[in-house]
Design a protein around this ligand. Sequence first.
Ligand code: SAM
Ligand code: SF4
Length: 465
Amino acid sequence: MSQPDNPAPKAVYVKSYGCQMNVYDSQRMADVMGAEGYREVATPEEADLILLNTCHIRERAAEKVYSELGRIRIIKDEARAAGRKVMVGVAGCVAQAEGEEIVRRAKVVDLVVGPQSYHRLPDLVARAGVSPGVVDTEFPVEDKFKALPATPEAKTRSRGLTAFVTVQEGCDKFCTFCVVPYTRGAEVSRPVAEVLAEVEKLAAAGVREVTLLGQNVNAYHGAGPDGSEWTLARLLYRLAEVPGIARLRYTTSHPREMTDDLVEAHGDLPALMPYLHLPVQSGSSAVLKRMNRKHTRDDYLRLVDRIRAARPDIALSSDFIVGFPGETDADFEDTMDLVRRVGFAAAYTFAYSARPGTPGAEMDGHLEEPLKTTRLHALQALVTAQQHAFQESLVGQTVDVLFEKAGRKPGQVVGRSPYLSPVQVIGPSSVIGSIVPVRITGAKTNSLDGVLAADDHMSAVHAAE
Ligand code: SAM
Ligand code: SF4
């Protein structure tokens, strides 16, 4: 692909909104354009191609994209005035949902590409170079992942010691509030061999921790090398054998898909980290029914008991929607009660936002915004208190930390605990890349302070001398 008005090498900037699957897709988009000679840059001002990888989950997310496009129009105009051509693409779920509407509403946009078509970016960029306003929001029959170029090893190394790998896409659950089944399409699992090859490449480039991603990751049922369908648990056991991979995580799970083998894996697979994001959405069975969640409050509480029986130290996080149509004070109190019973290490809380085209938007009993906000604040206060309590509970404990990078302060190194909290210690940079025991000495809301357990031991020895 060539564009004579700009000399090579060209630069691409990708901005990611929303979930971790978008973070992964953004990296892969940069890889696709990297194979075409584009280097990745950190600001839109430096780029010849600006891609916004959007999220459509709540209304304001789409509006944010349109206001960002307003800022990008200025960058594009300034570049044009300086004799430089800049192309702008909208990718992701807003692209899928709004398609042509985006090019109508924002003239700055040259191309629109849905989440299932971004392997075709080079062709779309070439077409948009000739005639702006190209839209590709198909769900193609070819396997996007097979068509994507491999990430160069140097690129993987530059992205650090932890990596995401999408293993499952799409959703067949049709929760009545959610746009995902419409924007991401039907549930599809990548074959085991493809996932394994990607994880082996990551490990060879120094990655120590892999998070498997999917809108319903625990519904994974990829084709195994033997022709049988593998569950997520079986895949996790296999990936744990890849040399170099020390830690595995997966997200996001649906409570209905927490099969016995997966619960058991939490008990006996040391590489599987004791942190699980398990969205419940509401603590009221009546609301859950209207949400079409296909689980009740008691199902969820029983599931939590099963998981904790398998792995007593597991930390749980969740998503909650408050103010779903018809939610009464008693329903909301059921949510508060469920939170108190479970005790979460973290939680994402959202006020219900009606999404056009979803059954929830058509339901009776929409709540006034102020009531949603009041409930949201009450729930947030409760989960924040629980988050503090969880962090505090780690003080005095020794936990394994995977050190990832230097900290902001001199001599500081930072990593993550098994429970995903960032941990900072004063220590040598040689620990980066290793998993090292750390005694936690202090807790903040979003991070922990600690000392290397080895240093602790040495100071105990010196004290005894
Ligand atoms: N697949 C996951 C699941 O089943 O829970 C998560 C999907 S979604 C990307 C992430 C979260 O956004 C949801 O768990 C839900 O709490 C929230 N969400 C989705 N649609 C929403 C809506 N219409 N209004 C408010 N929050 C919403
Ligand atoms: Fe959306 Fe429900 Fe599917 Fe999660 S399970 S992606 S909330 S429809």
